[in-house]
Design a binder for this molecule. Structure first.
Ligand SMILES: Cc1cc2nc3c(=O)[nH]c(=O)nc-3n(C[C@H](O)[C@H](O)[C@H](O)COP(=O)(O)O)c2cc1C
Length: 475
């Protein structure tokens, strides 16, 4: 039986020299954010002595595509197809007794002593749980949901929870409030990365993300019934905070950082009432550096990319790859590569991506010879293959999410860029100047044989040469 905790993955990272331990005292106020920010694109970190946490704190765990792929046992090239499979596939969860995450049960008032709430950035209105995956059960409709939302302590047993108005979790909390009830939820820290990724997938209202994690895990998610509700919690997570979300008890938040790296002032959020805390005997606490950080970006970007790929393939687009860029906070800026585009095909992709995820503000469509995850390569395609008067799509006044940069009154101008080759644009053709692909392959093997694998830093056109060799470039 495969392990469904995050700890085995952390052990694997440690074994590979990809987890470093910081043993000096780190204050949960700003210092913890400083450590994670300084190591943002580097190894995962375990801070053993955090002032404000009785347990070690881990961060920067899922901060690259390579890490995400490794966490679900895939190659980087397979990451998106595997996530897209998970979007399409569901398997019922398996309810078990004696869940490790319920080894210790504690009263609600212990919550803020058990779970550290670091203050990350100078103007944030307080400290937050940022890696809390909220699993919910609506007793009225029977719907279940899993997604992330930040939580900030208010008093001994209550907190603020900030959820975007268009998220399913908000819909469920509002529906419970209409029935005069709080929405039963559990805040889950340290579930298996596959479960965390599934929680970020864009599914329909009522679709339970935990059922979609099975395709990534290779088996159903094992869950346990919460102690104070019918919520089902991943049994092998590290810590769970059970509670109720009260959508009819508004709380003002103040300034908070967003994925785009700036602050927002969203006004009121909901009240979270703690009803129990459960944990393993020796937990660690996962903290995701919020704002424009790598972990915050990539953990959301890949599931969004998978959802866009799924939606575009469903409408018949010949999609090769999809990136949701880090410079767009892993949310709003999308690059799609296509094969066999017919005239106007790229523009269809642009509208399909706008429609699939309302946060998407910018879409660039490139040919298969461009590496969608390499922002420099994509910018090269815009510079070299676009006639801006012909290939730019601007759609004004499209309804979008409140967090999208430069939105105004809930609307934004969306921009599409068709950076694919148009036949006849250049007298000498669109081919890139590269050494023959078979020579590039042979020399790559030679360099690897001579021990330079870690030192390879290919020119961007090498990607084009190798893809072209696979015959995927459109004439
Ligand atoms: C680390 C992390 C933190 C997040 N924090 C929040 C948050 O505080 N509020 C929010 O509305 N969405 C947040 N999100 C995004 C939602 O979890 C995500 O959009 C999810 O797909 C919404 O799912 P739902 O519509 O099923 O509720 C966060 C995502 C990640 C990866």
């Amino acid at each position: 039986m495969a392990d469904q905790s995050m700890r085995t993955y952390l052990d694997d990272l440690a074994g590979a020299g990809e987890l470093i331990e910081v043993t000096g005292t780190v204050d949960a106020r700003f210092e913890l954010a400083g450590v994670l920010a300084l190591l943002d694109r580097g190894p995962a970190v375990r801070m053993t002595t955090v002032d404000g946490s009785p347990y070690p704190v881990v961060g920067n765990v899922l901060n690259s595509r390579e890490r995400l792929a490794q966490a679900i046992g895939a190659d980087v090239a397979d990451l998106l197809p595997r996530l897209a499979e998970a979007v399409a596939d569901r398997q019922a969860v398996q309810v078990i007794a004696d869940a490790p995450v319920q080894a210790v049960t504690l009263p609600p008032a212990t919550v803020w002593a058990e779970v550290v709430t670091p203050t990350f950035f100078e103007k944030d209105s307080g400290g937050y749980i940022t890696a809390g995956m909220i699993v919910a059960h609506d007793p009225v409709t029977g719907h279940r949901n899993a997604s992330y939302a930040r939580i900030k302590p208010l008093d001994e047993t209550t907190g603020f929870v900030g959820i975007a108005p268009n998220h399913h979790l908000t819909a469920m909390a509002r529906s419970a409030a209409t029935a005069g009830k709080g929405l039963p939820v559990a805040v889950v820290l340290g579930a298996h990365p596959a479960i965390q990724l599934a929680a970020c997938c864009y599914l329909g209202l009522g679709d339970d993300e935990l059922e979609h994690a099975a395709a990534l895990l290779g088996e159903p998610v094992r869950v346990a019934r919460a102690l104070t509700s019918e919520v089902l919690v991943p049994a092998e997570a590290e810590i769970v905070v059970e509670g109720l979300i009260h959508a009819d008890r508004p709380v003002h938040e103040g300034l908070v950082n967003e994925y785009h790296g700036m602050y927002e002032d969203y006004g009121d959020g909901f009240t979270f009432e703690v009803t129990a805390v459960t944990r393993r005997t020796d937990p660690s606490v996962h903290v995701i550096l919020p704002g424009l950080s790598s972990e915050h970006s990539y953990i959301a970007a890949l599931p969004i990319a998978a959802g866009i790929r799924h939606a575009l393939r469903n409408i018949g687009c010949d999609i090769v790859d999809v990136a949701v860029t880090h410079s767009g906070g892993g949310r709003v800026d999308v690059v799609v590569s296509i094969a066999n585009a017919r005239p106007g095909g790229a523009k269809r992709v642009i509208f399909g991506a706008f429609a699939a995820v309302s946060m998407v503000k910018q879409v660039t469509v490139v040919d298969a010879d461009v590496d969608v995850w390499d922002e420099e390569h994509v910018h090269w395609a815009r510079t070299s293959r676009m006639r801006w008067d012909r290939d730019l799509v601007l759609v004004e006044g499209v309804a979008t999410d409140r967090n999208v940069p430069m939105q105004r009154d809930g609307m934004v101008t969306k921009v599409g860029m068709d950076a694919t080759v148009t036949a006849g644009d250049r007298a000498v053709g669109p081919e890139l100047a590269v050494p023959p692909a078979e020579v590039v392959r042979a020399m790559r093997d030679l360099l690897i044989d001579e021990g330079w694998a870690d030192r390879l830093r290919p020119a961007i056109v090498v990607h084009s040469a190798l893809v072209a060799d696979g015959g995927r470039i459109r004439a």
